[in-house]
Design a protein around this ligand. Sequence first.
Ligand code: DGI
Ligand code: FE
Ligand code: FE
Length: 198
Amino acid sequence: MNNQSITELRKKVKAKLGDNKNRYWHTIGVANTCACLAMRYNVDIEKAYIAGLLHDCAKCLPDDELLYECKMNSVEVTDFEYKSPYLLHGKVGALYARTEFGIDDDEICSSIKYHTTGKPEMSKLEEIVFIADYIEPYRNKADDLDEIRSIVFVDIEKAIYLVCEHTLEYLKANNKPIDKTTVDTFNYYHKIICERKL
Ligand code: DGI
Ligand code: FE
Ligand code: FE
């Protein structure tokens, strides 16, 4: 993709995110962070940047539209996602990446699909998008951000384990329902870290 195409992609994403300026700057922050992590972990920089740019392209859809898009495009919706349709912005984002943004790359689309819950055994690109979403420069909410930001450039698997642990603690403390995939991701990365210590 040439510079012109990337610029077009940025404009299209901006339009898709509507008036939500913070969401656009978050998107730019994730795309740039993905590119940096791609340099560190020998991943295709352009693919990482595009995945970051598109990861939240369906974020502004209300719950009923997320469910409608899934129904119309035969995207599977789990019982849990019916109850928490917000989680579908990854799956619908992956769909839009193909249908509205012309991205025909399975790995990019999968990174978008799983960016909220993660999944066990993510590819390096999937790991990069998952963690970039949490650490991008405009994020400032989590109290462990500084720690994660420094660890991720040394040990991305450990950083993912720490983010999953923090997210699960947050969801439990706020009585939010927890998707099985979020737990599976935590268990997988926890196991990797524990086995390394043996
Ligand atoms: O779209 P963003 O806000 O940039 O980030 P995201 O897509 O990673 O969403 C982050 C939120 O998703 C965060 O508040 C935690 C929440 N989340 C992650 N796993 C689960 C979850 N929420 C519920 N209810 N259940 C989960 O398993
Ligand atoms: Fe998201
Ligand atoms: Fe995001």
